[in-house]
Write a protein that binds this ligand. Structure first.
Ligand SMILES: C[S@@+](CC[C@H](N)C(=O)[O-])C[C@H]1O[C@@H](n2cnc3c(N)ncnc32)[C@H](O)[C@@H]1O
Length: 252
């Protein structure tokens, strides 16, 4: 009973601090012992972080950990010049990313441009998005993501998940639902500008709620110049841009 009371108390505090989505994702992380390993004062935080990543993979039978430089990938696309290396988002960072956005994802499509081995796609699948799309131009990484999706034993609230192997610069955004665009520093300015222009054109055709979650925002200036988006969060590691609710449009 004491443990139960403690858990309920912890849950209430977490809901107040991180919101429902953040609490759910933190619970996923905690179930692998991941959060404890990051407590302040941990003597070997970096090693613990690497261990956490491996724990996620082991626990859910996937392969997402580690980094891979573009030099080691044979993409055959000139936009590879502007691509960053493969590096999965840390589970705790993904939880923090969505916490406090006040997002109701039931109607929305979540798009990860530069989805790599699919870590963020898998984490997003714990949430009841209407649809999730991962776009990765490396066939090698895309193949690993597909295998991960088949094997993943973690929580799944969204079944409509699509992985596309193509250049993000040519990706056509879905216009039938509100959109959550997630970017983990996938590419540099020329490609980012093309993606932002594509989104602006899509929004002009079909105004709808658009939320851009930009983690490690190295090309923030590209998003600042879009008049239909307003920056609603601007920490060092995360910018959020929000179109707000268009009059008479869909809601996220
Ligand atoms: C930092 S990783 C992010 C991985 C994943 N989104 C996550 O959060 O775990 C960036 C990924 O973007 C991919 N990428 C870079 N440029 C791309 C492009 N033009 N089109 C599609 N994918 C691209 C890279 O190959 C790499 O896998």
């Amino acid at each position: 009973m004491k443990i139960l009371r403690r858990l309920v108390g912890y849950g209430r505090r977490s809901l107040a601090k991180h919101g429902l989505l953040g609490t759910l994702l933190l619970a996923i992380a905690a179930s692998g012992g991941m959060v404890n390993a990051l407590r302040p004062g941990h003597r070997q935080a970096l090693r613990a972080q690497r261990q956490m990543e491996r724990d996620f993979d082991r626990r859910y039978h996937v392969d997402t950990a580690g980094t891979i430089s573009q030099g080691a990938l044979d993409v055959g696309n000139r936009n590879q010049l502007f691509a960053t290396r493969y590096e999965p988002i840390a589970v705790v960072d993904f939880a923090a990313l969505l916490a406090g956005t006040g997002l109701d994802c039931a109607d929305a499509t979540f798009v990860d441009l530069g989805s790599g081995k699919g870590r963020a796609v898998l984490l997003a699948a714990a949430l009841p998005f209407r649809r999730i799309v991962g776009v990765e131009f490396s066939a090698e990484l895309d193949a690993v993501a597909r295998a991960n999706l088949d094997r993943y034993t973690g929580p799944r609230a969204c079944q409509a998940i699509e992985l596309l192997c193509q250049d993000a610069a040519g990706y056509v955004f879905p216009e039938d639902t509100p959109l959550v665009l997630y970017l983990y520093n996938p590419f540099e300015e020329p490609v980012m500008r093309q993606v932002a222009d594509n989104l602006a054109a899509s929004y002009a055709r079909r105004p709808r709620r658009v939320l851009v979650l930009y983690f490690t925002p190295h090309c923030a200036a590209v998003w600042e110049r879009l008049p239909f988006l307003k920056r609603t969060r601007d920490g060092d590691s995360l910018h959020i841009y929000d179109s707000g609710e268009p009059a008479g449009g869909d809601s996220v």
